[in-house]
Design a protein around this ligand. Structure first.
Ligand SMILES: O=C(O)c1ccccc1NCC(=O)[C@H](O)[C@H](O)COP(=O)(O)O
Length: 220
């Protein structure tokens, strides 16, 4: 049994929300986690106050994830204070001490276009011993996420021994294949469920969830 895979239950993270109505709909459709982006330069960036308002729209048993990329410490602290996320996600060059310094579990995004991608999984575990899990994404080192581009899923390190989430260019049309190819703990998507950056599309969110369920029920 692959330790990073739950039995027939791939978690779903929808990321980059800017409207409370989209958050509510995503929860009703089956999202397990909703991501709010605070990374500078992102088209989906929101203020802590906006994220706090959207957090009120979250249904029970759905996590709020706050997403950063080399943000100053005080910005992260302000988001933790106002939004109370259950998980942080760091997409930049943050080290383990920085990431664990906020008292909230964290995911470390790994740039599959960067140098860490090719290293042995033990290098990841040694570099980020405090991570609750990893998010393998298609961006290059120093680049940002939310690209809408995939990477070669065969490059995912084998035997990471921590849950991992697959991200980068996943859509309702390829998520079935992505799950069967990588058996992730979860999948993460932003562009693939949008009508425009930050504007989530209900039909695409529904199709995405249906395809994840189909993959989880698929028997080789
Ligand atoms: O979504 C963004 O705009 C973003 C900007 C800067 C850093 C990270 C960002 N998103 C991180 C995510 O977790 C995205 O969901 C992930 O990169 C997948 O995005 P996409 O390829 O658009 O599905």
């Amino acid at each position: 049994m692959n330790p990073s895979r739950t039995l027939y239950r791939t978690r779903i993270k929808f990321c980059g929300f800017t409207r409370p109505g989209d958050v509510r709909l995503a929860c009703e459709l089956g999202a397990d986690a909703i991501g709010f982006v605070f990374a500078a330069g992102s088209k989906r960036r929101v203020a802590p106050e906006e994220a706090r308002a959207m957090r009120q729209a979250l249904a029970p048993l759905v996590d709020a994830v706050a997403l950063f990329a080399d943000n100053p410490v005080d910005e992260v602290r302000e988001v933790v204070r106002q939004v109370r996320p259950s998980l942080l996600q760091f997409h930049g060059n943050e080290d383990d001490a920085y990431c664990r310094g906020f008292g909230v579990p964290y995911l470390k995004a790994i740039a599959m276009g960067g140098e860490l991608a090719g290293q042995h999984p033990s290098a990841l575990l040694m570099r980020y011993p405090g991570a609750a899990g990893f998010l393998f994404d298609s961006h290059a080192e120093g680049g940002s996420g939310g690209s809408g581009k995939t990477f070669d899923w065969k490059r995912i390190p084998v035997g990471v021994q921590k849950p991992f989430i697959l991200a980068g260019g996943i859509t309702p049309d390829n998520v079935f294949e992505a799950i069967l190819a990588t058996l992730p703990w979860g999948v993460d998507v932003s562009s693939g469920i949008e009508s425009a950056p930050g504007l989530k599309d209900g039909d695409r969110m529904r199709q995405f969830v249906e395809e994840v369920r189909r993959a989880d029920c698929h028997v080789e």
